[in-house]
Design a protein around this ligand. Structure first.
Ligand SMILES: Cc1ncc(C[n+]2csc(CCOP(=O)(O)OP(=O)(O)O)c2C)c(N)n1
Ligand SMILES: [Mg+2]
Length: 377
């Protein structure tokens, strides 16, 4: 039995098109009309301003918690942008840019962070799953949905997002294995934002890239500058096309940075330096893209100011709408299953009987959610 080398396809590509000063390799810039280029900026700007407002709302006690996606707008918007309406998206909780672009009403996202289950009900016409916190579970849903796409044979694809920390979970590996073995139309985007709460990327894996994990599962992996909207669009566009043509899954590692807190319960000063954050601020995806648009006469300061005004109004209207929402204590039963399983129906009946009993026969509407939540968990 000789000892010999097994030749593997042992490389992953790395892609960067637009640098931090707004200069691009024009031969690689995706062919987009100026209106589309402006739309991309608007999508990122909307997510950025939404993020900032959400942090303020949380600090004012108007929503429970928030996990900002500051700095990750390009990595979220780019993959969502290349999907068609009939494709499927499985977000984590740092995808406001992608979700807003896909048509999720902003007030729904605000309500989700306010603890209202209605935030998890998928609006008519949107083929996405709701905001999803369990780390790496998105990969399992992604593989399952992609399998469904394949069985239906309708040419649709699934896109899921996971964090760098999520790649250490068994869920990620099981999902990637299935995606490869079944040649599923799945695009998995790793938002490598360098941190999983306080654990740095280098402690997640001994691999030099996260993209190379794809090789073990027998499909394509690519590492992109996740703060470069052109690179993200290009890699995601190629991956979606390949999946649609039956070419199987792709793993995209979007190298980016979480500029803000992990969530509003976190203080990142305890585990990372200001210098590190400042260095990444210079690579801001929005700033560099705006520089590019300005240099090419696609957008100027005046047009951007108008965009800012419109966005501010849109966000204010969404906050007002969310705050007018009358919470419904039966919401947790409503949105999980198309047909409610028996065990849940039993729980619902029990809960309704409880509501009747505490309302003294006057109906549950006399009781506020806060009163009930002390007793019901
Ligand atoms: C299965 C599971 N374990 C733990 C948590 C708590 N948790 C929430 S986010 C997070 C870190 C995730 O890091 P990463 O995957 O890099 O995503 P990021 O938060 O950086 O976007 C952890 C441990 C969780 N939500 N789900
Ligand atoms: Mg992370």
């Amino acid at each position: 039995m000789p000892r010999k080398k097994i030749e593997l396809e042992n490389h992953v590509e790395s892609l960067s098109i637009l640098d931090a000063d707004g200069n691009a390799d024009e031969s690689l810039v995706p062919k987009l009309e100026p209106a589309e280029m402006r739309k991309l900026l608007r999508g990122m700007l909307l997510a950025r301003r939404y993020d900032e407002r959400m942090l303020k709302l949380q600090r004012q006690g108007r929503i429970g918690t928030y996990g900002p996606a500051l700095g990750q707008e390009a990595a979220s918007l780019g993959p969502a942008y290349v999907l068609s309406k009939n494709d499927w998206m499985i977000p984590s909780f740092r995808e406001p840019a992608g979700m807003l672009y896909r048509g999720w009403p902003m007030d729904k996202l605000i309500l989700w962070w306010g603890g209202n289950e209605t935030g998890s009900s998928v609006p008519e016409g949107i083929r996405d799953t709701p905001i999803c916190v369990p780390v790496a579970s998105q990969c399992l849903y992604g593989a399952g949905v992609a399998w469904g796409c394949k069985l239906r044979g309708d040419g649709t694809v699934a896109l899921c997002f996971v964090g760098d920390g999520g790649t250490s979970e068994g869920d990620f590996h099981e999902a990637m294995n299935v995606a490869g073995a079944f040649n599923l139309p799945l695009v998995c985007v790793i938002q490598n934002n360098q941190w999983a709460i306080s654990l740095p990327r280098k402690k997640q894996t001994a691999s030099s890239t996260l993209a190379q994990k794809a090789l073990a599962y027998g499909f394509n992996g690519i590492q992109v500058d996740g703060n470069d909207i052109f690179a993200v669009l290009t890699a995601a566009g190629e991956a979606v096309d390949r999946a649609r043509r039956g070419g199987g899954p792709t793993l995209i590692e979007a190298v980016t940075y979480r500029l803000g807190v992990h969530t509003t319960a976190d203080d990142p000063k305890k585990y990372r330096t200001e210098d590190e954050v400042e260095a990444w601020k210079c690579r801001d995806p929005l700033a560099r893209y705006y520089k590019y648009l300005k240099k090419h006469g696609i957008l100027d300061d005046k047009a951007r100011d108008m965009m800012e005004e419109e966005i501010a109004e849109e966000i204010t209207a969404a906050v007002e709408k969310a705050e007018r929402y009358e919470p419904d204590v039966l919401e947790p039963w409503r949105y999980c299953f198309a047909t409610m399983p028996n065990f849940l129906e039993g729980q619902l009946e029990e809960f309704q009987a409880y509501l009747e009993s505490v309302s003294g026969g006057e109906g549950r509407s006399n009781h506020k959610r806060s009163e009930l939540s002390e007793n019901v968990h």
